[in-house]
Design a protein around this ligand. Structure first.
Ligand code: CP3
Length: 336
């Protein structure tokens, strides 16, 4: 059993487990080398051999406790018929959402489009040591919708006019997305994934009156789906601030990934009965070693007597030095 599974299922305390969101990615020179030869990002995700190789790169370099399959949350809108492009320094850009196309997509067709992801998981599992977890992931319906509808006007706001005009459509689409996301989870588990993480990266943009409907309920259905299959599931409802508390009470995931805005003492007092993960601001990795270690210490000390998985409060920033990350891993492993 991996250390990650031990903590998530047995709620073990004082068991060290470390992995990072975006551990496979642009901060690694070996990733950039592969990426420079593969200009189409979606195609790269759908190349089983390469995506498996990229999944294992951070394991080789840092000997982390879990690998997260190299893929993207936006493969779902892609497999549902929307065109997805990644524009350098700007992020993803999707073709206009077409309702007729979206509601017509056939399940076999959808799974066929994503088959390389399942093949990559199978291949990775055979090359990954048994004492390490293989994490699969999905984007929560709301976060996918933010991209599918291009709802963001900048990093901190949604386009209210667009949002209000789309609200009825959002309701129908969320339910349809849940069905496809469950299929995707099921196939990833069948292929050998042993933990699921649900990214609701834009949960913080949902107006309070719609949080239950657009965040808690959809996450809850996906969590129940994993629990029925006895697969531990971690939720990351980024940006919810104190609503993390209501989220935890209604969704009841096995693990809750903390974002960097949360105060550790508030977390310890309020987010109980759940395994905690992450929290440290990835920007600290751009500072000096002492600052990095002090910040890591804060998390390790506060969560010393509760089940805790070491990670960051969001993905690794591309400018992060792999040497500093390696030093952080060693520090966490050795800290008592
Ligand atoms: O190492 C890992 O964590 C596994 C792979 C992974 C990727 N994306 C690869 C990737 C995971 C878990 C994701 C999840 C993801 N994708 C999320 C949720 C987590 C989060 O960051 O909030 C979101 C919102 C996306 C959508 C997405 N994909 C964006 C906004 C971007 C561009 C900007 C950015 O943050 O990198 C991507 C591209 C992407 N996905 C890259 C990688 C390695 C960079 C591709 C490149 O340009 O080389």
């Amino acid at each position: 059993m991996s250390t990650l599974t031990k903590i998530l299922t047995n709620k073990e305390v004082n068991c060290k487990s470390i992995w990072f969101m975006r551990q496979a990615g642009r901060h690694l020179p070996e990733f950039r080398e592969v990426r420079s030869r593969n200009k189409d990002f979606i195609k790269l995700c759908l190349n089983s051999k390469l995506s498996s190789e990229l999944t294992l790169q951070p394991i080789k370099r840092y000997n982390l406790d879990a690998a997260i399959i190299f893929s993207d949350i936006l493969l779902i809108p892609y497999a549902l018929g929307q065109n997805v492009k990644f524009i350098k320094n700007e992020g993803p850009s999707l073709s206009k959402f077409e309702k007729e196309k979206f509601f017509k997509i056939d399940k076999n067709n959808f799974l066929n489009n994503l088959k390389p992801v399942y093949d990559s998981i199978k291949l990775t599992r055979t090359n990954l040591n048994k004492d390490k977890s293989l994490i699969s992931f999905i984007g929560a319906p709301w976060t996918l919708l933010v991209y599918m509808f291009d709802l963001k006007v900048n990093k901190v706001k949604i386009d209210n006019v667009k949002y209000n005009q789309s609200i009825n459509q959002i309701r129908n689409i969320i339910n349809n997305l849940i069905e496809f996301l469950c299929l995707h989870i099921e196939k990833q588990i069948e292929a050998g994934a042993d933990v699921v993480q649900i990214f609701d990266s834009w949960a913080g943009l949902i107006p309070k009156e719609n949080l239950d409907e657009f965040c808690y309920k959809p996450n809850s259905k996906l969590v129940d789906f994993c629990k029925e299959r006895k697969i531990p599931v971690i939720c990351f409802p980024k940006g919810l601030k104190k609503n993390y508390l209501d989220f935890n009470k209604s969704v009841k995931p096995d693990g809750l990934s903390l974002d960097y805005e949360l105060d550790v003492n508030w977390v310890k007092a309020n987010l109980t009965d759940v395994v905690l993960q992450g929290g440290m601001d990835p920007k600290f990795l751009l500072k000096d070693e002492d600052d990095i270690f002090n910040e890591a210490k804060k998390y390790l000390d506060t969560f010393k007597n509760v089940p805790y998985i070491f990670n960051l409060g969001h993905g690794i920033i591309p400018e992060t030095s792999p040497d500093k990350l390696k030093k952080l891993v060693n520090f966490v492993r050795e800290y008592e």
